[in-house]
Ligand binder design. Structure first.
Ligand code: SAH
Ligand code: SF4
Length: 371
């Protein structure tokens, strides 16, 4: 289902497209830079704040663009290790953006490093059996402006206590494209959005601090390897053999490991940086020592980092995470081969891994209140 907003979001414009629109109106080229400066550096919330623009231009802008294509419908006042922002789009669709804080000794939470998890679609069509985002299927793709706007929403929230806001920098440290949706199934929009996020006239955020996670769309991984942006890549592997992976990830039928693994290799060869393999540990599904050994061999061959994620229970789904001792024993098999492994245990990271759940609950509540 495609959504065509009445007015395109300002956050989907590049310096070139905005300059072209303004030129059609007979405006000087420098206006585009001024406008983008208000949007991304000064974080203007209304067109009227843009006081160095002529009034007539501000009126035209308000008639032509949606400055911000979403509203915050839910977000706690207090700061927590993870804060979820539930955002409503122009067609009432809901998406989630998550702020994950890394607490440090002697430093208040408000000054901790922040990783932002953004969504790329409303729902997801990939149908992974363990995932809350996939449960309702795909409703629609997000447009580039809606992807970028999530990060501005985070800035609006964080600017109050983040000194970087005064210099126009983004008030967070890392971006992970790990929220709702399969980013590579919405390829053009995610590339355009991250180009805007990265550009000096946009959020000016370094591509090396952006990690895109995919369930493994092979042709798109190869295409991404040729993009000049230089993003980091994470692959949702979750099974070290076709047999196990296929059970939980339908995408493996289209792109089995024999295609996926060489594509990952090609990507890291082009980028010269380690790819991350994400592996959710689900009891009795993929947590056998045999799987650990196979995963170890894959990681060694690809020279990849492995991120083990204890499964986060999803309401209505039967699975659970293995015991802590099982998780550790699984990780040890990799560590013994000197594979770089992280095993996430902190509460906050569970939420990162389970983007999609807040939206699911809200959709269910909406249905209940409508019936
Ligand atoms: N569609 C992309 C990015 C979004 S999913 C992808 O699949 O990579 C982000 C990560 O969260 C993926 O690794 C996904 O497998 C994981 N995930 C989904 N549901 C989860 C759950 N219930 N517990 C733990 N991780 C989960
Ligand atoms: Fe989609 Fe990723 Fe969830 Fe799979 S894990 S259903 S690809 S969001």
């Amino acid at each position: 289902m495609k959504f065509t907003p009445a007015k395109p979001p300002s956050t989907g414009e590049t310096l070139d497209t905005l300059t072209a629109r303004l030129r059609e109106r007979g405006e000087p080229a420098f206006r585009a830079k001024q406008i983008l400066d208000w949007v991304y550096k000064k974080r203007a919330r209304t067109w009227d704040e843009m006081t160095n623009l002529p009034k007539a231009l501000r009126v035209w802008l308000a008639d032509t663009f949606e400055l911000m294509p979403m509203v915050l419908v839910h977000g706690k006042q207090s700061l927590d290790v993870t804060d979820k922002l539930l955002l409503e789009l122009g067609d009432r669709s809901l998406i989630e953006t998550v702020i994950i804080r890394a607490p440090q000794d002697g430093v208040g939470l408000e000054h901790s490093r922040k990783t932002i998890c953004i969504s790329t679609q409303v729902g997801c069509a990939m149908g992974c059996k363990f995932c809350a985002s996939g449960l309702l299927g795909l409703k629609r793709d997000l447009n580039a402006g809606e992807i970028v706007a999530q990060l501005l929403q985070v800035c609006y929230r964080e600017d109050e206590h983040d000194p970087r806001a005064h210099t126009g920098l983004a008030s967070f440290d890392n971006i992970v494209v790990m929220g709702m949706g399969e980013p590579l199934a919405n390829y053009n929009a995610i590339i355009r959005a991250l180009t805007i996020v990265n550009a000096e006239w946009g959020l000016g955020f370094g591509a090396r601090r952006i990690t895109l996670s995919t369930s493994g769309l092979v042709p798109k991984i190869l295409k991404l390897a040729d993009e000049p942006l230089g993003l980091r890549l994470a692959i949702s592997l979750h099974g070290a053999t076709d047999e196990v992976r296929e059970q939980i990830m339908p995408v493996n039928k289209a792109y089995p490991l024999a295609q996926l693994l060489p594509a990952i290799k090609a990507f890291s060869a082009k980028h010269g940086r380690m790819v991350t393999l994400e592996f959710i540990l689900i009891e009795d599904v993929n947590d056998s020592f045999e799987q650990a050994e196979k995963l170890r061999d894959i990681a060694v061959d690809l020279h990849a980092h492995v991120n083990l994620i204890p499964y986060n229970t999803v309401e209505g789904l039967p699975w659970k995470r293995p015991s802590v001792s099982r998780q550790e024993a699984f990780a040890d098999i990799l560590r013994r081969a000197r594979v770089s492994v992280t095993l996430r245990r902190e509460k906050g990271h569970d939420i990162e891994a389970a983007c999609g759940q807040l939206r699911l609950k809200t959709e269910q509540a909406r249905e209940l209140s409508a019936s």
